[in-house]
Design a binder for this molecule. Structure first.
Ligand SMILES: C[S@@+](CC[C@H](N)C(=O)[O-])C[C@H]1O[C@@H](n2cnc3c(N)ncnc32)[C@H](O)[C@@H]1O
Length: 174
């Protein structure tokens, strides 16, 4: 991997590791508002990957029939995440087989990645056919246009909601 990308990933990891203790106070309220916009589409059972899970704010909104796998680059945030299986790694290279998950979520993560298109391809790869992908990303990000284009090139749109800072989508792998 290029040196500049490695440095970028290290910077992101250090940032989120550094704010981990205060993360819930800083971000949970706004993340819960986003989750609530798509909660009606949440499944009752199946294997669910939370990509860039942070400390697992989504966990309590998932039913008992859901098996959750939380994936994040920040070890410290994962340590605070109390449910299910936890894997620390880089989202541009997922350590899962093709067609592994029934559902994937990614709330406010993609714009942090140096190569978001690569991450979208990885998410598409690990999601099963007909699986749903719940995703939000920042509208003010420089990467907004490339992310949206790449998502709509790969997935079929089920639902879209725009708010002041974010766009929230429910997508399907056909
Ligand atoms: C704004 S937080 C959102 C966390 C969580 N989705 C939520 O809604 O609270 C962004 C998350 O993406 C993770 N992240 C950033 N870059 C990543 C990467 N390359 N691979 C995996 N996770 C990454 C960060 O560590 C952080 O937990």
């Amino acid at each position: 991997m290029e040196k500049s990308i490695l440095e970028n990933l290290k910077k992101t990891k250090n940032y989120y590791d550094g704010i981990s203790e205060g993360y819930s106070k800083l971000y949970h309220n706004e993340q819960i508002l986003k989750i609530n916009k798509v909660i009606d589409y949440f499944p009752e059972r199946g294997l669910f990957l939370d990509f860039g899970s942070g400390d697992g704010v989504i966990n309590k909104y998932l039913g008992k029939g859901i098996e959750i796998v939380s994936f994040d680059i920040s070890f410290n945030l994962l340590e605070l995440n109390s449910n299910g299986k936890k894997i620390c790694g880089n989202g541009m290279n997922l350590p899962f087989k093709d067609d592994s998950f029934d559902f994937v979520s990614s709330f406010t993560v993609l714009q942090d990645l140096p190569k978001p298109k690569r991450a979208v391809e990885e998410i598409f790869r690990v999601l099963k056919k007909n699986g749903l992908f719940f995703v939000s990303f920042l509208k003010m990000s420089k990467k907004y246009k490339i992310i949206k284009e790449k998502l709509l090139e790969n997935f079929c749109k089920v639902y879209e909601y725009e708010e002041e800072k974010d766009i929230i989508l429910v997508l399907k792998k056909d």
